[in-house]
Design a protein around this ligand. Structure first.
Ligand code: UDP
Length: 313
């Protein structure tokens, strides 16, 4: 296949490019580089089966020649990033998804939307199955991301129902691994950086909020399985092992061998407004439809991630 990956220079996008190339496909990565980084794809430069196009997908997308699949991953994705770029986040989820779907229709390709567990907001059921409609504050600071992705899902289903586009929707839960930005503000890079530099680990609130962390290699394998399936309804892709953020802080200390302390902080900015109190994917559908489940446990995934961050600090 000849595949377009929007957001191809980002954390997930670049791992997808690697995976697709390893499966023998040709890849075009597109990115406007506001939160992506060409360093993530520098190792692919010069390959004849890989191409990079710097472009903002909220503008008309032109790709020369035939395409077989579009994986739409362009979007700021960490809370700090979408709070810094609220309007670009809304635009890429809405206008960017519109352009990418228009291209899928025009080129007659399959289309995979990178959606998110944020469509469930601050969930009132745990774990979250795909038929849960969510609990999202549309006007809160996180609403720019959550609602953009919810709109993107609605648009994707409309293109599927009305135009017959061969679409997929992946609801991606917290993912970590090499190529996360050290300063993207998310808990994994923050805690690892703090542990490696002997700074206190900043647990927001009382640390009882939960997350379920999926290693990037597992995630990308699940996404590829979904792309190759015939499934049009949303599918959760994530690791169902749930833990509190305080527990996660201890795990990072253990995995790094760091003597850092843990401090409880209450950010005064918008970072923790509407911070989901619980999050865990119900992956029954992924198991049944894609025969997929994660294989990396947290310790192993953290080992690879810590090795990557050690090179940067
Ligand atoms: N968090 C924290 N300390 C940090 C960064 C994040 O305690 O230095 C918490 C944050 O409040 C949230 C969880 O860790 O409850 C996960 O945050 P992240 O930004 O990684 O992703 P989210 O799941 O909120 O999109």
């Amino acid at each position: 296949m000849r595949v377009l990956v929007t957001g191809g220079a980002g954390f997930l996008g670049s791992h997808l490019c690697d995976y697709l190339l390893a499966q023998g496909h040709k890849v075009i990565a597109m990115d406007n580089l506001i939160t992506g980084n060409v360093q993530n794809i520098a190792h692919l430069a010069g390959r004849t089966d890989f191409e990079f196009i710097k472009h903002d997908v909220t503008q008309y997308i032109y790709v020369k020649g035939p395409l077989d699949a579009i994986l739409h991953f362009a979007s700021p994705a960490s809370p700090i990033d979408y709070l810094t770029y609220p309007i670009p986040t809304l635009k890429v989820g809405s206008m960017g998804t519109h352009k990418a779907l228009g291209l899928a229709l025009g080129k007659k390709t399959r289309f995979l939307l990178a959606s998110t567990s944020e469509v469930y907001g601050d969930p009132l059921v745990n774990p979250q199955p795909e038929d849960y409609w969510g609990n999202v504050n549309p006007i809160g600071p996180r609403g720019v991301y959550d609602e953009a992705k919810r709109f993107a899902e609605a648009l994707t289903m409309a293109y599927h129902r009305y135009h017959g586009v061969d679409t997929r929707i992946a609801r991606i839960f917290n993912t970590y691994g090499p190529r996360m930005r050290l300063n993207d503000g998310r808990v994994v890079p923050n805690f690892i950086y703090q542990a490696l530099t002997h700074k206190p680990l900043t647990v927001y609130g009382d640390g009882s909020q939960t997350r379920s962390f999926c290693y990037v290699a597992d995630l990308v394998r699940g996404l590829y399985g979904l792309l190759m399936s015939g499934e049009h309804q949303p599918v959760n892709i994530g690791n169902p092992t749930e833990m509190s953020i305080l527990e996660f802080a201890h795990t990072v200390l253990d995995a790094t061998g760091s003597q850092s302390e843990i401090t409880f902080v209450q950010p005064t900015d918008e970072r923790i407004v509407d911070d989901p109190k619980i999050r865990r994917p119900d992956i029954t559908r992924a198991r049944e439809l894609l025969d997929w489940e994660p294989t990396f446990d947290l310790r192993e995934g953290l080992r690879h991630t810590i090795a990557y961050f050690k090179e940067l600090v």
